[in-house]
Ligand binder design. Structure first.
Ligand SMILES: NC(=O)C1=CN([C@@H]2O[C@H](COP(=O)(O)OP(=O)(O)OC[C@H]3O[C@@H](n4cnc5c(N)ncnc54)[C@H](OP(=O)(O)O)[C@@H]3O)[C@@H](O)[C@H]2O)C=CC1
Ligand SMILES: N[C@@H](CC=O)C(=O)O
Length: 428
């Protein structure tokens, strides 16, 4: 039985997990696909570096082209990261008839359509389950499990690093910078963690999920993104007091042919199942017209959870090879959708304001909301232990983003409002 030859691009956190699972589960994998799977060559930056697995040094190369151009390699597993050069390797591998499995959301969010078009042309598979939500099989679920339904909402915690940070801030009062360092040490964060904390990693994942879920050509520029670097301990404490948790949520909504996709720190009702998703765990809530509410949960980052998705894709590729049906999964989006305007995007909002401590201020503030057609659900003036009488919290009823922008603008010209400390979308 001829072994399937795999070329592994990258032997970091995820690549090491791939080697462990392919080697540790060899018998089971081979029984499933009908051939042994062999990791024949591995790309690294530095061949002399100590590795977390024992590797025959003869398999290591520092030149990606050695692998991409090797005629004996059947499947390329790309876990090196990067965009431009990595895209060249993948396109060349496809040109040469090799199948590709990747965890690279940056690449798939930016150049997915081009890569999938090449895969179709060449009759090759490009599978990327690990690119979103680590060990949760959410891509397969959206593409296959929901093929019969029309998805109207995808809402999720899709970045493990930021969820780890927010959880530690919320449960242990830990300092942001310290926990970020921990998340890096645990192998959760991106090479440049700015993309985690500023919401770009989640935005890339939401681009992928909304394209697949809505079967539409959503691009990264369509996704508005904000991260967690401005979330304070005070915000988290007030959220808790009001019965909410602060989570970095990706939210994609569709109504007929109009969509909106965003990533932002959000206050979610503590009773919503997503509010109790903690640590490096991710969860994706999907609402379909027919199925109603569903939710998927699991580890969103880390060596073995991510490698599980990679190796599952590898198994799918090899099964397709046996059936001679590679390339059929690379379906291109066919729905033409338009982006909702700020007038059409609605949610509840939380505002923490620093206001002048004098009579009549609340009436002035209420007048601004009323002028902008935003109705107020509740107002709270925190008492001890949050005893500054100059802080007020307002939660609105559903309001459009455009109307809230008008409120903000009006506050910036109102001396009664000294500072807009925080504004959050509210869900649940
Ligand atoms: N970490 C996680 O939990 C998850 C990561 N991902 C994605 O998986 C991919 C890999 O992530 P991760 O394993 O964490 O990254 P690491 O930084 O841990 O590993 C990257 C690996 O690629 C090698 N490499 C990088 N650039 C080059 C290059 N130019 N030439 C040769 N080798 C190179 C490195 O070599 P060397 O070891 O010699 O430095 C290293 O082995 C990324 O796209 C990431 O976004 C997706 C889901 C979860
Ligand atoms: N940095 C990412 C890794 C997985 O995609 C995360 O924290 O979710």
């Amino acid at each position: 039985m001829k072994a399937i030859q795999v070329g592994l691009l990258g032997l970091g956190t995820v690549g090491t997990g791939v080697v462990k699972i392919v080697e540790g589960h060899q018998e089971d994998l081979s029984n499933q696909v009908g051939s042994p799977i062999s990791i024949a060559q591995i790309l690294v930056k530095d061949r002399t570096k100590a590795r977390g697995v024992s590797i025959d040094p003869a398999k290591l190369t520092e030149d990606a082209w050695d692998i991409v151009r090797n005629p004996n390699i059947d499947v390329i597993v790309e876990v090196m990261g990067g965009i431009s050069t990595t895209k060249d390797y993948i396109l060349e591998a496809l040109e040469r008839g090799k199948h590709v499995v990747t965890a690279n959301k940056d690449l798939m969010a930016l150049h997915g359509q081009e890569i999938l078009a090449k895969a179709r042309e060449k009759g090759c598979d490009v599978l990327y389950e690990a690119s979103v939500a680590g060990g949760i099989p959410i891509i397969r679920t959206l593409v296959e499990g929901f093929s019969s339904d029309r998805i109207t909402k995808i809402m999720g915690i899709v970045n493990g690093t930021t969820n780890y940070i927010l959880t530690k801030m919320s449960q242990e009062g830990a300092a942001y910078a310290e926990v970020l360092k921990e998340a890096q040490e645990l192998g959760y964060a991106e090479a440049d963690p700015t993309s985690d904390v500023e919401g770009l990693d989640a935005a890339r994942k939401m681009t992928i999920l909304s394209s697949l879920g809505f079967r539409a050509n959503v691009s990264l520029e369509d996704v508005s993104a904000a991260g967690i670097s401005g979330v304070s301990q005070l915000d988290i404490r007030y959220a808790k007091r009001l019965g909410y948790e602060v989570k970095l949520l990706g939210i994609a909504e569709r109504q007929d042919d109009m969509i909106s996709v965003s990533v932002q720190p959000t206050m979610i009702k503590a009773s919503h199942p997503i509010a109790s998703v903690n640590g490096v765990f991710n969860a994706v809530y999907v609402h379909g017209e027919a199925v109603g509410e569903t939710m998927f949960y699991g580890a969103g980052a880390g060596e073995l959870p991510t490698a599980t998705s990679i190796v599952a894709d590898l198994v799918a590729v090899v099964k397709n090879m046996k059936l001679g049906v590679n390339g059929r999964q690379a379906q291109l989006p066919y729905n033409v959708v338009k982006l909702k305007t700020d007038e059409q995007i609605a949610s509840k909002f939380f505002l923490l304001l620093h206001v002048e401590d004098r009579a009549g201020v609340l009436a002035q503030i209420a007048q601004v909301f009323s002028n902008c057609d935003v109705s107020i659900e509740s107002v709270m003036q925190p008492s001890a232990p949050y005893k500054s009488s100059t802080e007020i919290i307002i939660i609105t009823h559903q309001a459009s983003k455009a109307a809230m922008n008008q409120v903000m603008q009006a506050f910036s010209g109102l001396s009664a409002v000294r500072e807009i400390k925080s504004v959050y979308r509210v869900e649940g």
